[in-house]
Write a protein that binds this ligand. Structure first.
Ligand code: GLU
Length: 292
């Protein structure tokens, strides 16, 4: 199997130093192994994705000296694939519709004596308001559209017969964890809960799309920011449920500004376009990021 890495930007803002680091790392790791580096445009959030941002991102990546094979995978072209996966999960009784608003969830999750609701890699841990007492017997071949669909984690645990949840990490979590990473199902119940796999406005979700896309692009190593480390077990569960391989993950350090704050998309001061305008060279960017 060809050693294959990817960079998967969302065209919802400019490419900043943190993205450039991820992209160059993925590119360099592939080059070092004589492998390939792929690009994917993660544009499922059509309310925030803009063609101008995509054009700017492609231009900045090219300026940085990166190249990738065509055609570029674009999530907005892949809705039928996401729908088919949702239907398969639905037919196995692993999904349920959820009509809770954010406010409902916050209110139900914040039991007065416990203070603030617990949050996981996907936001507030769902208190289970809409979860059926026993997994739904699907009477339709596809799930309802226009409503959120949650993964019933208990049903998933049962369907997967308590399969061990592990992946290989060659980078590190923010707390330094590396190597073979194992998570128990009970940790998943407590720290993650029933996550949303289809958002009403999108018909899919980051988690569902990313595992299907990484598998379809035959990605063997996923380099990405350490902020996604805690979400990786969600991806491992989905890979088991959908019979997809689990790639190796390489979570890298987050690029912070001088005050130690993580760079956000709106940090235009750190946008690569701004460095370009100010006359920086790609080598300057590599030096800044200690990528030489
Ligand atoms: N599209 C995501 C982002 O721009 C990247 C997700 C990933 O690499 O898995 O943050």
């Amino acid at each position: 199997m060809t050693f294959t890495t990817r960079f998967a930007p969302s065209p919802t803002g400019p490419l900043h130093l943190g993205h450039a680091y991820s992209a160059m790392l993925a590119h360099d790791m592939a080059a070092a192994e004589n492998g390939q580096f792929l690009l994917r445009i993660e544009d499922i959030d059509q309310s925030r994705s803009r063609p101008e941002w995509e054009a700017q991102i492609l231009s900045d990546l090219t300026w940085l000296g990166l190249s990738w094979p065509q055609p570029v995978m674009r999530q907005s072209d892949r809705m039928p694939i996401y729908q088919a996966a949702l239907s398969a999960l639905w037919r196995h009784g692993l999904l349920y519709p959820c009509t809770c608003t954010r406010r409902d969830i916050a209110a139900a999750a914040a039991a007065p004596q416990e203070g603030a609701p617990l949050t996981g890699p996907d936001g507030t841990i769902y208190p289970g308001t809409c979860r059926p007492d026993k997994p739904l017997e699907p009477i339709t071949p596809s799930p309802p559209v226009g409503t959120a669909l949650r993964l019933d984690i208990r049903a998933a645990q049962h369907a997967l017969d308590n399969v061990p949840l592990t992946f290989l990490e060659t980078g590190a979590a923010i707390d330094g964890r590396t190597g073979t990473i194992s998570t128990t199902w009970s940790e998943v119940q407590t720290n993650i809960g029933d996550i949303v796999l289809a958002r009403p406005a999108m018909g899919t979700s980051y988690h569902l799309s990313v595992v299907l896309d990484d598998a379809d692009q035959h990605i063997t190593l996923v380099p990405r920011g350490a902020d996604l480390f805690d979400a990786t077990v969600i991806h491992v569960i989905l890979q088991h449920l959908l019979n997809l391989p689990t790639p190796t993950y390489h979570h890298h350090r987050l690029i912070r500004d001088d005050t130690g704050k993580r760079l956000a998309k709106r940090d235009d001061a750190r946008a690569i376009a701004k460095y370009r305008e100010d006359g920086a060279t790609p080598q300057d960017i590599r030096r800044l990021l200690a990528l030489t």
